[in-house]
Design a protein around this ligand. Sequence first.
Ligand SMILES: Nc1ncnc2c1ncn2[C@@H]1O[C@H](COP(=O)(O)OP(=O)(O)O)[C@@H](O)[C@H]1O
Ligand SMILES: [Mg+2]
Length: 257
Amino acid sequence: MSVKRIAFANQKGGVGKSTICTQLAFYLRERDKQRVLVVDMDAQGNSTSTLTHGEDPSGTLANELFKTEAFDLQPMTTDSGIDLIGSRKNDREGYDVEALPLELVGLPRQHLESIWDNYNYVLIDCPPSLGRKLLAALLAVKYVVSPIKLSGYAVDGLAGLFETLYDVKENYNEELEILGAIVNEYDRSAAHNVSLANVREAIPDLVFQHHLQHRSPIDTATMVGQPVWKVRNGRAAAEEFKAVFEELKAKIASSAQ
Ligand SMILES: Nc1ncnc2c1ncn2[C@@H]1O[C@H](COP(=O)(O)OP(=O)(O)O)[C@@H](O)[C@H]1O
Ligand SMILES: [Mg+2]
């Protein structure tokens, strides 16, 4: 089985990219016993903090994936057994990468190729922007999913996001499979249901059947760097994650390998 490479992308912050990326990593590692590499492309370093319990990451850092020369990639292994190419919290260099010339966006893929066969899954957490690092991540993966939050403006942001994803598929990475949008922090209110209907109309067939609700144990899990099923009162959230992650795995299994 070849490695499955998935990016978590949305130009909005706070929609759940890092949360879903790290919880999926825990799920695949602990439940499915898979070898998982997380690449934290966001200079805010939130996924890194979750996986290292707030420590600075060691080993190769995500910025180094933009080096023009070949080098030995050495991801750090975190205590949960998930490997990580991390970002230091608010590292200036991480933001400077956004100013790199467009020709260099293919470099992370080239470097990652040298190690990705060591893994069953490579999960790339993306920054909240439509810049160079997002493009680099989308060039390095086969699959992309977008966590979204429902609101009156949800559809406006989505149209731009999915246009970008299809543009990248058409012009830069034809293997890219756009798996769709995971609704996060759904609250079943009338307002959310209206917004959900609008989102479904804007991106037909691309909205995951299963949603994640707002549940405070998820926030706790992110902060303490644990799978949500190990957090007090985390059971309902864990069930919802499981449904979403199994749906994601099924989508990958049914897409052309
Ligand atoms: N379903 C949820 N229920 C409760 N808190 C959540 C949920 N999803 C995300 N959060 C919290 O919201 C914040 C933003 O999520 P995060 O994953 O960091 O977003 P992004 O990576 O898209 O910027 C984090 O503090 C996270 O713990
Ligand atoms: Mg994030």
